[in-house]
Write a protein that binds this ligand. Sequence first.
Ligand code: NAD
Ligand code: UDX
Length: 483
Amino acid sequence: MVKICCIGAGYVGGPTMAMIALKCPEIEVVVVDISVSRINAWNSDRLPIFEPGLDDVVKACRARNLFFSSDVEKHVADADIVFVSVNTPTKTRGLGAGKAADLTYWESAARMIADVSKSDKIVVEKSTVPVKTAEAIEKILTHNNKGIHFQILSNPEFLAEGTAMEDLMRPDRVLIGGRETPEGQKAVSALAAVYAHWVPQDRIITMNLWSAELSKLAANAFLAQRISSVNAMSALCETTGADVAEVAYAVGKDSRIGSRFLNSSVGFGGSCFQKDILNLVYICECNGLTEVAHYWKQVVHINDYQKSRFVNRVVSSMFNTVAGKKIAILGFAFKKDTGDTRETAAIDVCHGLLGDKAQLSIYDPQVTEDQIRRDLAMNKFDWDHPQHLVPSSPTASKQVNVVWDAYEATRNAHGICIMTEWDEFKGLDYGRIYENMVKPAFVFDGRNVVNVEEMRKIGFIVYSVGKPLDPWIKDLPAAAPSI
Ligand code: NAD
Ligand code: UDX
């Protein structure tokens, strides 16, 4: 029986290994983590992450050929294939702070693998890492020269949260990069054989290590660039009277461009896009490619611009001040169908409004009050580091109220900001909400969720990203950036 161990029981490690266990009943899969509470949650009825379809797969495989354990060293020592799926956040201190990937967690995992191994292993980079990381990892793995052979592979993950199980079940492609030696190619074939249980052969793509590592950063950069492109257009739509949904539809009809991933929004969030582009920028800078670095940096710059532009619209529309006004924040997760708040646009928007002394009433169907308060108290780039290492900044706790119902959040509010495109926000009784709000009642839709015409008929003053502006909003002077 082949034994797989995955280090890191997070958003990638958990679902990915659950899918391998489901599709390969003859393989034993153990997911390990230094976080005992996370492992306990994986072994409980309430999994540590919300992901549609995940519960069923875990229930079908757990204790059959899928196990979760905090006994990291034992299971790594026993495994034939070790996936490393630890966090690789942006560095907060020292050389490359604010851009470079922090490989502390990866390095300590690699050192541990080297120390506890008693047999040859294939070590798989599942985390997103800077190009050439495999070279450094190889040096760490072989540093104590015990006569054990390690083959390192790059097998980046392309799942998106909220659709992770579907993405894993039917991936567009599986990338496997390895050394171009006979041993390297043997390891590539061994990993390809695992995926071949359910992924068609023509979707399993093999290549050299550096291409595989770089392809992951490139794919995220291209995806994020589409969003920044459509968001840049949304600003122009608002000033010209064009409708960004119509423009995106027209552009996406060109089969060379394609229609997906062209939804204008308050800005992309999530644990990957910003982190990976900044990482790419840093790699370009280190290689003397200043212009290339500058090009990709603009994708993040436009994203920041989009978030501050949104805050400006809110403040300037509401008579240039939101001080003491109740504003309902509908949605806090970085997208629908996840409880993940890492780098969510809602954090920056809330900070902007709190800076203008607003009273926020926040509701998200999947995010807890603790999480929201922690996020609002955290400094930039600290979100993906262990809690005990993270200094918190003062929270404006008296200005923030977290509630468990959209109607409660909007009662007596002056304005509503829609931050996440949860389906339930489409079906709310906005007539009832309007009745219970202070007039004039404003809606700022950062996700193009509501029907603007219907909302205006109810009486709302509506701003929806990239849509022709309400005359009320158009004539107001722009406020200074608040984020
Ligand atoms: P995560 O923070 O959810 O999970 C990482 C886990 O690794 C944590 O539970 C942490 O406790 C554990 N860990 C850290 N160091 C460890 C060690 N030395 N030993 C054992 N456990 C350790 O992160 P994630 O979202 O799953 O992302 C993991 C990697 O995958 C990152 O590099 C990320 O960029 C990449 N990725 C993420 C996504 C996504 O959608 N979240 C998609 C594709 C790729
Ligand atoms: C992304 C990549 O899609 C995935 O391939 C990679 O493995 C990890 O990073 P994820 O961050 O989970 O996945 O979600 P994604 O669907 O890409 O959305 C990222 C952000 O962009 C979200 O805030 C989303 O709301 C936003 N977005 C997405 C838009 O604003 N407009 C779009 O058209 C698409």
